[in-house]
Design a binder for this molecule. Structure first.
Ligand code: SAH
Ligand code: TRP
Length: 389
């Protein structure tokens, strides 16, 4: 029986465009200025990111690949996934190692890559399904912040979030994200998270300011996106890439620094009149953060979200780690939080969840999707609403 291949596109239609305009206006009118990083990944941005992963200075991808090469058979044995869900999947290069192991072990039926980049997801979906012909592949184009609940539960799952993309979230965003990942997990599911570790500052800075200038191009591409999507008139060449280590916040920061004073019009981000923004000479706008972790930080973030760190794998250079977690049963977690006075619980009985109950209720459409799988063939594009523009 031929395997199924589907692609579901979730966007907020005009709302997505409005959201972009609002975020850009807020970011550019605050001091210091900042821009939202999710807009890095148009087709050019996704391609530039793939080049970054191959740079001599960008050790992250190689270190994570080393761990996966050594451990993916073991991970497949521990987690026995029927479904691998990958958040922020991108080109799925490293994922193939785990898919291969779980496929050889005989448990894997379905792969669900989720990403905001439609172009990169389309090519990943078709490449993976031609490489693993009997695997159902169900791609989802969506945003971590709005569409994680659109992920159907199609069997025992391993949810993965690789590449230290979690480092690109602010603390509050990370908390929200982990809580929604927790809501995707039933008792026998697993979550595998890739995190970059705290290390020597020079090595960190080099990874985000490469000799060839690919990271600089990637960073500046955000301005191209704003020029295109919001009719802005950034003179992209007048902004310089800056990467610096913020020790207090344990994170790398990427900025763009104005070379000479600039006046920029961003008509698409204006309210009544077009937005006009001035940059002083050498003023910077922050475009991205990349938090660097320790095992303790990961363990605490997991515990806050109701996740239990079960295994920790690092590469030989101790540069990067893969953290494997399971969901703490809801009842235990809620009581634990109540005990710590973090939750206002009028009546403890309200927290009782019948034993064996799955935490996540099946979403409307799960069954339909599952039924649709064996029958469908070829690439089905199910556009829920129009995409940006
Ligand atoms: N997992 C790959 C790619 C990491 S780059 C790797 O490890 O190499 C980060 C990925 O997250 C990109 O593919 C980007 O398109 C996606 N992404 C960024 N912000 C997102 C968001 N808000 N919602 C969904 N995906 C997002
Ligand atoms: N998740 C990647 C990281 O934090 C994203 C990234 C790599 C990135 N290089 C970048 C983001 C340069 C902005 C600029 O390493």
């Amino acid at each position: 029986m031929p395997a199924a291949l589907t692609l579901t596109i979730h966007t907020l239609g005009m709302d997505a465009h409005r959201a972009m305009a609002d975020q850009v206006r807020l970011g550019l009118t605050r001091s210091p200025k900042e821009l939202p990083c999710r807009y890095f990944y148009d087709d050019r941005g996704s391609a530039l990111f793939e080049q970054i992963t191959e740079l001599p200075e960008y050790y992250l991808t190689r270190a994570e690949t080393e761990i996966l090469e050594a451990r993916s058979d073991e991970l497949a044995t521990i987690t026995r996934p029927q479904v691998i869900v990958e958040l922020g999947a991108g080109a799925c290069t490293k994922t193939r190692l785990l898919i291969g192991s779980a496929h050889r072990a005989g448990s894997l039926r379905c792969f669900v890559p989720f990403d905001i980049g439609e172009g990169v997801l389309r090519s990943s979906v078709s490449e993976i399904s031609s490489e693993f012909r009997d695997l159902d592949v169900h791609g989802i184009v969506g945003d971590f912040a709005s569409h994680l609940d659109a992920i159907p539960r199609l069997g025992r799952q391993l949810v993965m979030f690789l590449g230290s993309t979690i480092g690109n979230f602010e603390v509050a965003e990370r908390r929200r994200f982990l809580a929604s990942v927790r809501a995707l997990l039933s008792e026998d599911d697993f979550f595998l998270l890739g995190v970059d570790l705290v290390k020597d500052e020079r090595e960190l800075v080099a990874a985000y300011a490469d000799e060839q200038g690919v990271t600089a191009e990637f960073n500046r591409n955000l301005l191209n996106v704003l020029n295109r999507e919001l009719d802005a008139d950034f003179d992209v060449g007048s902004f310089e890439h800056v990467a610096l280590w913020n020790a207090a916040a344990s994170r790398m920061e990427m900025h763009l620094r104005a070379n000479g004073g600039q006046r920029v019009r961003v008509p698409g981000a204006g309210l009544l009149a077009p937005l006009e923004v001035s940059f002083e000479d050498r003023e910077t706008v922050r475009t991205e953060i990349s938090v660097k972790f320790t095992r303790g930080i990961v363990e605490r973030s997991f515990a806050d979200a109701g996740l239990d760190l079960r295994a920790w794998f690092t590469d030989s250079g101790q540069r990067f780690a893969l953290a494997l977690a399971t969901a703490i049963p809801l009842r235990h977690h809620a009581l634990d939080l109540a005990e710590r006075d973090q939750l206002d619980v009028p009546n403890r009985e309200d927290l009782e969840v019948p034993a064996g109950d799955h935490v996540r209720e099946p979403a409307a459409g799960d069954a339909e999707l599952a039924r649709g799988f064996p029958k469908s063939q070829g690439l089905h594009v199910d556009v829920n609403t129009s995409s940006l523009h």
